[in-house]
Design a protein around this ligand. Structure first.
Ligand code: GLA
Length: 385
């Protein structure tokens, strides 16, 4: 990322100096859609994200420019007007300001320019990187760093929930804020207890394959969440201690099979299976059994595809091709409906795998897939040049 260029842009646009901040996107090894079911997830921050040049402007107005949307005028809004701006990306900025203010912290006017190298709509959570870089920077600029990292992640999640129409869980914002170089994190999304897990498997690498089917998470994602809540409501009638699918067993779900729709049943079943898989992966990681980690990844994929209904023909094809190439693990990553697959690949077959996927995907869909090798990076921080 060219930070000097970003600073130059800011200074040319606003005629004064700025501070620089960065928040990353994330990968997730396993535990998909478990976060809003109070389960476990296994994310890590990546070395790609959003960089922000920012300075207070002494007014009640916010002026933000996206350096990547060329020719796009700056978006301006007043902190005293609760109408959301029109551009979707600006809602993330606006929502973050509102969520900080609602919690009783100060938020004043500022000027900002941001840029990113995390691909949009690829399942790497570019939007969490935007929420989190603004929340982190505003905390430094106006709140004397008094908002702790947990609350910063919650502010990011609330921004998506309340201002951007996505009823997401906490995983992406947590990963963006708490990320640590070389470490994955096992997060309990109910208690927010977490543990860092060093991840550098000998002889294997993680690579993302971008299907280039862009997803814009919204209605379909929210419907999946609603299905989970429907299943919980039915189970709780008989088992009042069940507050989320985390508390439910396969037997409990089977008891209510006739009381809920088959779609809700299948989606809830995927979540219960995925809960077990996350624990199995933790166990396998401790034993260094990466082949079993990989097998769990494939099972997650087909659960996401057939039970949860959150894959698409392109990502299914990428996973089938990975399997045919002898890749240890492969699955759709993130919210779903397109974006990237995450692949656990033996270094010895990496080049052949990439060559074969490129050939096969091009032939089947006339799309050139993109590859991103995964480097686990740090969470939100200030950049001092
Ligand atoms: C999106 C959401 C997360 C999580 C994942 C699926 O990335 O933002 O909260 O639910 O999908 O695991």
């Amino acid at each position: 990322m060219d930070y000097a260029h970003l600073t130059d842009l800011f200074e040319r646009q606003f005629g004064r100096q700025c501070r620089l901040f960065f928040s990353p996107g994330r990968i997730n090894l396993i535990g998909e859609h478990t976060d809003y079911n109070d389960g476990f997830v296994f994310p890590g921050a990546v070395d790609k994200g959003i960089a922000l040049a920012i300075a207070p402007n002494g007014t009640r107005t916010v002026n933000v420019l996206s350096a990547d949307l060329e020719g796009m005028p700056a978006c301006s809004f007043s902190l005293d007007d609760s109408r959301r701006p029109d551009q979707r990306w600006a809602c993330y900025v606006f929502g973050t300001c509102m969520e900080i203010a609602v919690r009783g912290f100060e938020c004043h006017g500022f000027d900002a320019v941001f840029t990113g190298d995390v691909p949009l709509g690829a399942g790497m959570s570019s939007s969490a990187a935007i929420d989190c870089v603004f929340a982190f920077a505003l905390n430094e600029l106006f709140c004397g760093s008094r908002i702790d990292r947990f609350e910063l992640a919650r502010i990011g999640q609330a921004t998506e929930n309340n201002w951007c129409g996505l009823n997401c869980g906490i995983m992406d914002q947590f990963a963006s804020v708490f990320g640590k170089k070389g470490q994955l994190m096992r997060l309990d999304c109910r208690s927010l207890e977490y543990e860092y897990f060093p991840f550098s498997p000998k002889g294997y690498s993680l690579v993302l394959v971008d299907s280039r089917v862009k997803h814009m998470l919204g209605g379909e994602y929210n419907e999946r969440r609603q299905s989970c809540e429907n299943a919980v409501a039915a189970i709780a009638e008989r088992h009042p201690q069940v507050k989320a699918l985390r508390d439910a067993t396969h037997d409990m779900l089977d008891e209510v099979r006739n009381a809920i729709s088959e779609t809700d049943y299948q989606r809830a079943l995927y979540i219960l299976d995925e809960k077990d898989r996350v624990l199995e992966v933790c166990d396998s990681l401790e034993k260094g059994d990466y082949e079993n980690v990989g097998r769990c990844m494939y099972r997650t994929h087909w659960g996401m595809s057939r039970q949860f209904g959150a894959s698409c023909p392109e990502t299914d094809f990428l996973v089938e091709t990975a399997s045919a190439c002898g890749v240890s693990g492969s699955r759709i990553m993130g919210g779903g409906f397109g974006g990237c697959t995450i692949n656990l690949v033996k270094d010895s077959i990496m080049d052949d795998f990439k060559r074969e996927v490129t050939r096969a995907y091009r032939e089947r869909f006339t799309i050139e897939p993109k590859f991103y090798s995964v480097t686990i990076g740090d969470g939100s921080h200030e950049i001092i040049l």
